[in-house]
Design a protein around this ligand. Structure first.
Ligand SMILES: [Zn+2]
Length: 279
């Protein structure tokens, strides 16, 4: 099976499983018929991409959690990058401590950059510590469109990948659809059960309405995220919610409109952090 045939199999198995009755828009198969509801700002219950002072941000884990709780979120996914295995283990212990006796929950994620072949840089046992793994494609944009697309598909098909982030690069100047075949990437994500990030940072490139609708048709979960590097940017998810709303996306299609436990079940990683948080 070639990488490109992956997408076509995903298409046949996922498109049009359920039609939401009110809008006649193909929605996610988990969305009960007749329950279509356009995503809105208040649909978002948590943020799943943020950085502490361990990877470029000025704020501590506890400061980010406190701010996220104050603005009404139920959980925050912390996804520092370029962390050593020791730092990841230490952060996991800190998250366990902060989650204890708290209604607000921290999810322990990690952000990694896929190499030019789509491989992930961390050992499996380290990624298993985390609740989820965000895989980015920010670098190596010298590759051809075919190579970039295959790289993204390989990254999406990696069993440790939970969310494919920045699939269109980091900044708007990259130009959507010019250097990656997003439809094939979405098809692979559908087959792999990988969510796709819709970057809510106003200055970053993001999926356009067409690709958001395609993701919905293929059954790909979307994550509204803004790659938060400081507490004040946590509110950017609201911009992302409005943008996705204009694409006609159902709230159930947005992974971070689910509760923290549902999100962790979706990722399917029953790590030490997960077990303790629910204890
Ligand atoms: Zn990031």
């Amino acid at each position: 099976m070639t990488l490109r045939s992956i997408g076509h199999q995903a298409s046949a198995s996922n498109i049009g499983n359920v039609n939401c009755q009110k809008k006649s828009i193909p929605c996610d198969r988990d969305c009960p018929a007749g329950m279509f509801e356009l995503v809105k700002q208040s649909s978002v219950r948590g943020v799943l991409h943020s950085h502490t002072n361990m990877s470029g941000g000025p704020h501590s884990l506890s400061r980010l959690a406190e701010t996220a709780s104050l603005i009404g979120l139920e959980y925050l996914g912390v996804t520092d990058r370029l962390m050593t295995p020791d730092q990841i283990v230490t952060q996991s212990a800190e998250i366990l401590k902060l989650n204890k006796n708290s209604d607000f929950k921290l999810l322990h994620g990690i952000e990694v950059e896929a190499d030019k072949d789509g491989n992930l840089p961390l050992p499996d046992d380290i990624m298993l510590i985390c609740d989820f793994v965000i895989v980015t494609l920010k670098e190596n944009h010298f590759q051809s469109k075919t190579a970039m697309t295959d790289r993204a598909i390989r990254a999406a098909m990696n069993p440790f990948t939970s969310i494919l982030s920045h699939p269109l690069g980091d900044f708007m100047t990259m130009g959507e659809n010019n250097w990656i075949d997003m439809e094939l990437v979405l098809m692979a994500a559908a087959q792999a059960g990988v969510a796709i990030e819709v970057d809510a940072n106003p200055s970053h490139a993001k999926l356009d309405w067409h690709n958001c609708m395609l993701a919905q048709q293929f059954g790909v979960k979307l994550v509204i995220a803004s790659d938060v590097h400081r507490a004040a940017r946590l509110v950017d998810y609201r911009h992302g919610a409005e943008m996705i709303r204009s694409a006609g996306v159902c709230c159930r299609q947005i992974l971070n409109s689910w509760g923290a436990d549902e999100v962790k079940s979706f990722f399917g990683n029953y790590s030490a952090t997960n077990s303790s948080a629910s204890a």
